[in-house]
Design a protein around this ligand. Structure first.
Ligand code: E4P
Length: 220
């Protein structure tokens, strides 16, 4: 499984990319608003993320008609060669995905919450599909079970293009572990969760004992 970073924060992207584990970045309007992003700076900001990231960077189209989404998608794709246009799973989004995919512009279909939505996204030409886990948990449903169904269903068929499943709306290390075990291609992870993934209490204990023992060696 690959790790994407789910953020619009340049410092987080720079830091996590330096660890050598980040294969891409996903952003959305909420994440851009969270860092105090301004509309006028949006394109430049996406370009900066694309420069920092050695891999695909999802930038979301916010239009609601197919014409608006296609126009935005073309503008976003022109910003950098590694831009992927993120489009919500809805009828206008499917139509826009079909049109953009025909122009070889990669699409990440987002806000995916069911097996039929995922299969339709793949049929429309999406290169990436993002089933959301945490938002099911928010309404007391089993987001991981939903993800597992999508992973299994999409793996059962051949599509005209390659399709990768991005486990999205990831809130915990448990979500990441289970996504990996069920064979999700990618997990897009907030910086705080990514940082936690590298930690384990037994690693800390091992480090502390090495440190203590090394002092004895030096003193002997
Ligand atoms: C994915 O691409 C989305 O940006 C993200 O994972 C949404 O997560 P949330 O449900 O925590 O907002």
């Amino acid at each position: 499984m690959k790790f994407f970073l789910d953020t619009a924060d340049l410092n987080e992207i720079e830091e996590a990319c330096s660890w050598g584990v980040v294969a891409g970045v996903t952003t959305n309007p909420t994440l851009y608003a969270k860092i105090g992003g301004k509309l006028a700076d949006f394109n430049t900001h996406i370009q900066r993320i694309c420069e920092l990231t050695d891999g695909p960077v999802s930038a979301e189209a916010v239009g609601t008609t197919r014409e608006e989404i296609i126009r935005e998608g073309e503008e976003l794709a022109a910003l950098a060669p590694n831009v992927v246009v993120k489009i919500p799973t809805m009828i206008e989004g499917l139509a826009a995905t079909k049109a953009l995919a025909a122009k070889d512009i990669p699409v990440n279909m987002t806000l995916c919450f069911s097996v039929p939505q995922a299969i339709m996204a793949a049929r429309a030409g999406a290169a990436y599909i993002s089933p959301f886990v945490g938002r099911f948990d928010d309404i007391s449903e089993d987001g991981l079970a939903q993800l597992e169904d999508v992973v299994a269903a999409v793996a059962s068929y051949d599509f005209d293009q390659s399709v990768e499943i991005i486990a999205a709306s990831i809130r915990s290390a448990h979500h990441v572990t289970q996504s990996a075990l069920m064979g999700a291609d990618i997990a897009t992870v907030p910086f705080g969760v990514l940082k936690k993934l590298v930690e384990h209490p037994l690693t800390d204990r091992g480090l502390a004992s090495f440190e203590a023992d090394w002092k004895k060696v030096v003193q002997a």
